[in-house]
Design a protein around this ligand. Structure first.
Ligand code: NDP
Ligand code: GDR
Length: 370
């Protein structure tokens, strides 16, 4: 029997990798996409099948986590074996500006999905994955963080996800549902949203190298994260739903780097050597060495601080201990930090080179707003 999966957030980074992974496993994949005034399916366009094709295995439904009736109707139609709740307003800084919407989509949205499963009597059939996050730890109580580390979220996003975490646990305990939380640490890729710090760095440095942009503005360079590759992490989302009993798992690499490290490593990929000067809000990096052909000039100030990117409350450091996932799910992170940065940098260099051609032909290149 072909298994059927429903993915909320299929148009996002993880949704795209997960859809590809499940299709390769032979699943029929249904995804919820939001109505937008412009195309928002770029990440899954390579998987798209024309509705007139025979033996179609990818289906998209219009919907939103803030619309309960819509979710009930989609679940009733699809009758999924597995639901992956990846949909969310996922940007931490933006959540300070849209706290109520973030709570609605990320927190209550999770409740709506769980209730839809219950209302339709699918509790025994449908397995549920909740995209929980290392942001739950926030102001960390211990390091590294495990499934037993207490939570102290530091943003409206983290607080909304805290509700989603506990309501998932509660439905498991109250109704015997197969529902679990993947507490995933930061994971990135060439299709990471352009305003998350890693992608912002690789895009901007590639553009600086090509002469398309003079400088990259960042906030807290000292923030430390445990960065892995999204492609590796979605496999664990699936794995969590294939176990005999539902449990919650930390997924992380166990290696930590600062934002500054990420900048240096990404610049090195382009052959650029940076030199840091000043401190605090005055800290900046200039080019100390550049390869032939680079448009970045020696001495050019290419990284600077813009306090606009400081957060009202910051998560300074996160480092995961994924021992449980390693022992029970066979988790091994395949992609290390250097390889991750290198893959993202190569991808964004190719995009910048394409933009250079576009600009050379007299057209405007892609936006750089963050
Ligand atoms: P993205 O921001 O790339 O994708 C989020 C997805 O959610 C998009 O498809 C977006 O649609 C959709 N979405 C946003 N709001 C709604 C809504 N109201 N109703 C329905 N769909 C909505 O996130 P990622 O792929 O990086 O992350 C996937 C999930 O994992 C998120 O829940 C995130 O919070 C969580 N997470 C992510 C981590 C990471 O490091 N990437 C780490 C830990 C947890 P659209 O394309 O239209 O905007
Ligand atoms: P995060 O990711 O908040 O960890 O949430 P992000 O890449 O946005 O920030 C990481 C750290 O970098 C610092 N930083 C900046 N961040 C952004 N976006 N832009 C900047 O200019 C900048 N300068 C410094 C931040 O202050 C922060 O400390 C991500 C999201 O995917 C969440 O959905 C997910 O739950 C967590 O990862 C795990």
């Amino acid at each position: 029997m072909t298994k059927r999966a429903l993915i909320t957030g299929i148009t996002g980074q993880d949704g795209a990798y997960l859809a590809e992974f499940l299709l390769a496993k032979g699943y029929e994949v249904h995804g919820i996409k939001r109505r937008a005034s412009s195309f928002n399916t770029e990440r899954i366009d390579h998987l798209y099948q024309d509705p007139h094709e025979q033996d179609r295995r990818l289906f998209l439904h219009y919907g939103d986590l803030t619309d309960a009736t819509n979710l009930i109707r989609i679940l009733q139609q699809v009758q999924p074996d597995e639901v992956y709740n990846l949909g969310a307003q996922s940007h931490v800084q933006v959540s300070f500006e849209t706290p109520e919407y973030t709570a609605n989509a990320d927190g209550i949205g999770t409740l709506r999905l769980l209730e839809a499963i219950r209302i339709l009597g699918l509790e025994q059939k449908t397995r549920f994955y909740q995209a929980s996050t290392s942001e739950l730890y926030g102001k960390v109580a211990e390091s590294p963080q495990t499934e037993r580390t207490p939570f102290h979220p530091r943003s409206p996003y983290g607080v909304a996800k805290l509700y989603a975490y506990w309501i998932t646990v509660n439905y498991r305990e109250a109704y015997g549902m197969y529902a679990c939380n993947g507490i995933l640490f930061n994971h990135e890729s060439p299709i990471r949203g352009e305003t998350f710090v890693t992608r912002k760095i690789t895009r901007a440095l590639a553009r600086i190298h090509c002469g398309l942009q003079p400088c990259l503005f960042l906030g807290n360079l000292d923030a430390r994260r445990d960065w892995g590759h999204a492609r590796d992490y979605v496999e664990m989302q699936w794995m969590m739903l294939q176990q005999p009993t539902p449990e919650d798992y930390v997924i992380a690499t166990g290696v930590q780097h600062s934002v500054r490290d990420f900048v240096e490593r990404a610049a090195a990929e382009l052959g650029l050597q940076l030199e840091w000067r000043g401190d605090g809000a005055e800290e900046h990096a200039v080019v100390a060495r550049a390869p032939e052909g680079s448009q970045a000039a020696i001495g050019q100030r290419v990284v600077a601080i813009d306090p606009r990117y400081y957060r009202p409350a910051e998560v300074e450091t996160l480092l995961g201990d994924a021992t449980k996932a390693r022992e029970q799910l066979g988790w091994v992170p395949r992609t290390g930090f250097d390889e991750l940065v290198s893959e993202m940098m190569r991808h964004d260099l190719a995009l910048a080179q394409r933009d250079l051609l576009v600009v050379g032909a007299g057209y405007r290149a892609q936006g750089t707003q963050d």
